[in-house]
Design a protein around this ligand. Structure first.
Ligand code: SF4
Length: 489
């Protein structure tokens, strides 16, 4: 039976038990080759400073959908991260020609009495209220930890209330306590979309020119345009979804000739569903970040679609133009050192790009690790060794590592850059939906930004003199991985 036929999607740990090598902790030592650098299976920490709940990325996708309301069913704090992300939602809509559109989310705000008596009535009442107040096409009823613990049946409530509302109700199971793989977020959203927004059969005949390119939020519109440009050079059209896609448009994915992933960590659940149910084949191998990776991504696409020669010619032209444009940057970067912190695939693909630009990689901190990363790690075998830390956040480990390694530049997400910055290390945001990052344009754009950051690091040097991190000096004397424990049993 397909996973999609079940009400509740499996968590990543269960879906990929053979490959979920490390969630929470892992350690590789410098001076070891990857083959000898064992990532500890199911390891844990004796101390944890904080981690990312799957709700964060799930809400990032869900709140971007036009004509949709996210109805959080949980404690009032669940979903509050959507407020901080609203700037990206507004910017994403504005870039697509839809001005002044906010993320619309409301909460059932469960309290102690609801914990004892159950929250289903509250959810049913909220669905009716949201439908009449906002008149959306879709209401995503999202279960946080609390209803998961007390056993509220969000699917049952959706079924009972569906006839009373105009909107389509999509139950989403995103109870944070169930999985320590943040990537579970992508599966739970795709599960809801696959079950409720796709037709029983393909919406129409296959379109031989359309290729599905899935974007769960790791690309801004500028990156989508870069990939659309490259696909256009091969005579193909890109169908981007799910972020910022109208719920009515999801059915188009069933008619595509092919799907290609831009991030294997994100996409495999839905790609498999499109293949199994609608016979849309897929490629899931590379992330088009960096020169060689982008070229490989295009060559795979060309190979699959009988456009191998065209893809080779395109890659040759793009690479030669880019190498000329990068010459001065590469001379400047030669020998400079970098530390990267991000999601599994982005961190590894960025490491490859930085090596292409002349950097030496000292360390990579990846939010989790699974078998998809093997392809990228194998590519990194060819260069210098580096510390590889698998950590869902844990800034105390990162601070210790950075103090030892002293990289010239740190690349991380905006919420994580302050550790490096307060140590006086120039920090470059690794993802901002307004900046190009993907494809050949992204490689050039990142080089330009790194050049500017490194050319004048005075701001960070001064910040490092005056800003403090909250750790005692003794912590920096300890092994940064002292709190990592092998799984028992
Ligand atoms: S779903 Fe659970 S872990 Fe996530 S924010 Fe809500 S209570 Fe916290």
């Amino acid at each position: 039976m397909s996973f999609m036929e079940t009400l509740i999607p499996p968590i990543r740990e269960r879906r990929h038990p053979e490959t979920s090598l490390a969630h929470g902790a892992a350690r590789c030592g410098q001076g070891q080759k990857r083959a000898t650098c064992a990532v500890m299976a199911q390891a844990d920490r004796s101390f944890t400073q904080g981690s990312i709940c799957p709700l964060l990325p799930a809400l990032g996708i869900m709140t971007s959908l036009p004509e949709t309301v996210v109805l959080m069913h949980g404690a009032v704090g669940c979903g509050s991260c959507a407020n901080g992300n609203n700037v990206n939602i507004r910017a994403g809509h504005a870039a697509r020609g839809r001005a002044n559109q906010d993320a619309v989310w409301v909460s059932t705000s469960l309290n102690e009495i609801n914990v004892i008596n159950g929250g289903e009535e509250k959810l049913a009442a909220a669905i009716l209220e949201v439908d009449s107040a906002y008149n959306p096409k879709v209401i995503l009823t999202v279960s946080g930890c609390l209803p998961g613990v007390i056993g509220d049946d969000i699917d049952g409530v959706a079924a009972k209330t569906q006839d009373q509302v105009k909107a389509k109700i999509l139950p989403v199971h995103c109870e944070g306590f169930k999985s320590r793989f943040m990537a579970t977020a992508y599966d739970v959203v795709y599960h809801a979309v696959g079950r409720h927004l796709l037709p029983e059969k393909a919406a129409g005949p296959k379109d031989p020119l359309t290729v599905n390119v899935m974007n769960v939020g790791s690309m801004g519109l500028i990156d989508e345009k870069e990939l659309a440009r490259l696909l256009g050079e091969l005579g193909l059209k890109a169908n981007f979804f799910p972020v910022f896609a109208n719920p009515d448009s999801f059915a188009l994915a069933t008619q595509a000739r092919l799907s290609i992933s831009v991030c294997p960590t994100h996409d495999d659940y839905f790609l498999n569903h499109l293949k199994e149910k609608y016979d849309v084949p897929f490629i899931i191998r590379h992330m088009p970040i960096g020169i060689k990776n982008t070229s490989q991504w295009l060559l795979d696409l060309g190979q699959e679609l009988g456009l191998a020669k065209e893809a080779q010619a395109l890659v040759k032209k793009e690479e030669s133009e880019l190498q000329v444009a990068l010459e001065d940057f590469k001379a400047f970067f030669a020998g400079q050192t970098a530390f990267i912190s991000a999601g599994e695939y982005r961190s590894l693909a960025t490491a490859l790009l930085l090596r292409e630009l002349g950097f030496k990689i000292l360390g990579i901190r990846s939010f989790h690790f699974d078998s998809f990363a093997e392809v990228e790690l194998a590519k990194l075998d060819q260069g210098d060794d580096f510390i590889f830390n698998v950590a869902n956040v844990q800034p105390f480990e990162e601070a210790n590592l950075l103090k030892r390694l002293k990289p010239d530049i740190f690349l991380g997400h905006w919420h994580g850059n302050s550790t490096a910055a307060r140590l006086g290390i120039p920090a470059q945001v690794i993802y901002n939906s307004g900046f190009a990052y993907i494809g050949y344009q992204g490689a050039y754009d990142l080089a330009r930004r790194l050049y500017r950051r490194l050319k004048n690091p005075a701001f960070y040097r001064r910040l490092g003199q005056y800003a403090k991190l909250p750790y005692r000096p003794e912590w920096y004397e300890e092994d940064p991985f002292n709190h990592i424990r092998e799984a028992q049993g």
